[in-house]
Write a protein that binds this ligand. Structure first.
Ligand code: AMP
Length: 241
């Protein structure tokens, strides 16, 4: 039998080798998948640990947190009380939403870990943080932020491109903050470093409700549909083949 492994927090995270027919676990899983969007129960939000200069960024963080809570969608984020990160969490909590923070011990003081969260998970490394945040979420949204935000976004988008998961990735383009990133991805396509279908895996919108509607109806390119995130108990992430 293809018993499913469980991660440290008890969620199923993949299938073991040794299923009774010759197809690999990934091939079996992909064959049995229909092109249905996955239900979105929680979203991982990546955003700046700073508030940024334009007040529109804080306003968008508050609007997204509130909006997710009103839709009954839990927020998973980096666990800080500061910057846009703190604003997303506070707005979601104020609207009655569920919020999970995930922060490495080394950053508890530096990023001012949020003391008001019912669920704050303190982990040992950045890799563990990212793997747990991804595992707990059904999709990803990036708000304006700095290099940490972009690193996190590019990791999940590139994992999606490699078929390591089938979860939607979105960008909330507040006041044109990500216009230059969109231009760069266009250039990746025209210069032959990124296929158009993989660029389209990153959903870019200006309004949270439009973005969320698109993520809720997202179906990855056929060959990746049904891929599962394979996070292991040590926090590493790998493919199922
Ligand atoms: P920033 O956008 O630079 O303000 O960072 C936003 C969040 O990303 C903060 O919680 C950072 O701790 C986190 N971060 C920064 N670098 C990394 C990294 N390499 N991997 C994971 N998270 C990171």
């Amino acid at each position: 039998m293809g018993d499913r492994r469980r991660s440290a927090n008890g969620r199923h995270i993949g299938k073991q080798e040794g299923a009774p027919n010759s197809a690999s676990p990934r091939q079996q899983r992909m064959k049995s998948q229909s092109a249905e969007p996955r239900p979105i129960r929680s979203i991982c939000v990546y955003c700046g640990s700073s508030p940024g200069r334009n007040p529109a960024y804080l306003a968008a963080a508050a609007a997204l947190g509130r909006f997710l809570a009103e839709r009954g969608i839990g927020v998973v984020y980096g666990g800080a009380a500061i910057g846009l990160m703190g604003m997303v969490a506070d707005a979601a909590r104020a609207a009655g939403g569920e919020v999970i923070g995930v922060i490495p011990r080394a950053l508890v003081d530096l990023e001012v870990a949020h003391t008001g969260l019912a669920d704050l998970r303190i982990v040992t490394s950045m890799h563990e943080r990212k793997a747990l945040m991804a595992e707990l979420s059904d999709g990803f949204i990036a708000l304006p932020g700095g290099i940490g935000t972009l690193e996190e976004l590019f990791e999940v988008w590139s994992w999606a491109r490699l078929g390591l998961h089938s979860k939607p990735c979105g960008l909330l383009n507040v006041d044109g903050y990500f216009d230059s990133l969109r231009t760069l991805t266009d250039q990746m396509v025209t210069e032959g470093f990124l296929e158009p279908e993989y660029r389209e895996m990153l959903v870019i919108e200006q309004q949270p409700n439009v973005l969320l509607d698109r993520l809720a109806s997202y179906v990855p390119p056929g060959r990746w549909n049904g891929a599962e995130l394979l996070a292991t108990d040590d926090g590493s992430v790998g493919s199922s083949t």
